[in-house]
Write a protein that binds this ligand. Structure first.
Ligand code: NAD
Length: 377
């Protein structure tokens, strides 16, 4: 069986779906690996590294995909890219069905068996395949560095001959995987950190990282599987009122709040931004799904009344080397879950296989994906 790795086409995407490191795991399972020439260059993996790992490099993407039984990607293929995949190809990629309905429909029509890494169930057995977590963790780390480099202040407290400098105050909204990594990074840089999440279960994790958990007198809607559920507009309005003071006191606000498959909730309004000190920085990691700050412009860094709002898209791609390394391991683990004796064997009774499979046999088979693209069963 041949595994093919095309070069990513989305503007600004630097990651690659297979790094040379993981190739022995694939070849050891009886799979052959071919990579499009130059696919890893932007992530720091030149063609020579792939060659040294025994990988075949193919210059022509069409030829590469036409010969593939399995395709590894980072970004969902566009509908024209889907047409390059032959019927029966197994695709492993981020597909985010809620935001890529046209690609999902094209994959079903093309007869591709597509697995969306973002739909892998968050169960312990699947932790090694959890690309949402591996990428979110890098984004949380990088968000703090982005904020620190824009902020005209030190993060740590400094005692100098010229006097003492107070530490920066960082507020992290949403303490999931990205938020917890942001807290840890900001603490390592010496900031005073506070964090808030609708899930009270994260309080202890926040505290164990040396941050203060902001408690609000609010009853949040319980979610499932460790996730938050969407809160009512009334809840979010109250939440914003209660958070306004904490936001106003912060030098840096990192927002990471998300509800799977939905638009991100607005936690920081234009009015709250107005109350922040000039020079403060908001890094909105939810920019891609609409933003946690009302003023965020996805893909842009803007300044409003002296406050910087960073809506950089695809932050994991800015840490492309390690993002690709972790992502490749996630994909390889997912593929090996589907392979027996060098052949794909799909067991739809299995929670991971069933949960992550989006299209198969010409149909959209995932209920979540069908709902997201508005297709009928
Ligand atoms: N394999 C596993 O068992 C596994 C793997 C990964 C994550 N998880 C669980 O899932 C949790 C969340 O994962 P994630 O980081 O991918 O989630 P996510 O990216 O969907 O959301 C980020 C955070 O935003 C929070 N949030 C949502 N609405 C909010 C609001 N209105 N105000 C404030 N915060 C809000 C969520 O509670 C979450 O903590 C993890 O912390 C963990 O408990 C389990």
């Amino acid at each position: 069986m041949k595994v093919a790795v095309p070069k990513e086409s989305l503007a600004g995407e630097r990651r690659v779906a297979v790094v040379p490191d993981v190739v022995p795991k694939l070849t050891g399972a009886g799979l052959e690996v071919a990579v499009e020439a130059g696919a890893g260059t932007a992530a720091g993996f030149p063609d020579t590294d792939y060659r040294a790992a025994g990988v075949g490099l193919v210059a022509d993407q069409k030829k590469l995909l036409a010969a593939a039984d399995v395709v590894f990607k980072v970004q969902p293929p566009t509908p024209p890219e889907v047409q390059l995949l032959k019927k029966g190809t197994i695709l492993l990629s981020f597909l985010q069905p809620a935001f890529n309905g046209d690609s999902i429909k094209a994959l079903a029509k093309q007869g591709v068996t597509a697995f969306s890494v973002d739909l892998v169930p968050r169960i312990s057995r699947a932790q090694s395949m959890d690309a949402l977590s591996s990428q979110a963790s890098l984004a949380g780390y990088k968000a703090v560095l982005m904020a620190a480099s824009r902020l005209g202040k030190f993060f740590p407290m400094l005692m100098t001959a010229a006097g003492t400098i107070a530490p920066a105050r960082v507020l992290v909204l949403g303490a999931g995987v990205a938020g917890l990594q942001a807290i840890a990074t900001a603490r390592r840089l010496g900031a005073i950190v506070e964090a808030y999440d609708v899930r009270p279960a994260v309080k202890e994790e926040v505290q164990s990282l040396g941050a203060k958990f902001v408690e609000l007198p609010l009853e949040a809607q319980e979610g499932q599987g460790g996730y938050a559920s969407a809160q009512s507009e009334e809840f979010l309005k109250k939440q914003r009122e209660l958070l306004a003071e904490r936001v106003g006191a912060a030098d840096v606000v990192i927002t990471t709040a998300a509800v799977p498959g939905r638009k991100a909730p607005v936690l920081v309004t234009a009015d709250m931004v107005k109350r922040m000190r000039a020079g403060s920085v908001i890094v909105d990691l939810a920019a891609e799904t609409g933003g946690n700050c009302e003023l965020t412009k996805p893909g842009e860094v803007i300044e409003v009344g002296g406050v910087w709002i960073d809506g950089t898209r695809n932050v994991p791609s800015t840490v492309a080397y390690h993002a690709s390394q972790l992502y490749s391991r996630n994909l390889v683990n997912l593929l090996l879950h589907l392979v027996k004796d060098g052949k794909i064997e799909l067991d739809f009774e299995d929670e991971i296989t069933k949960g992550a499979c989006v299209t198969h046999g010409g149909e959209i088979v995932s209920e979540r994906a069908r709902e997201a693209v508005g297709a009928k069963a």
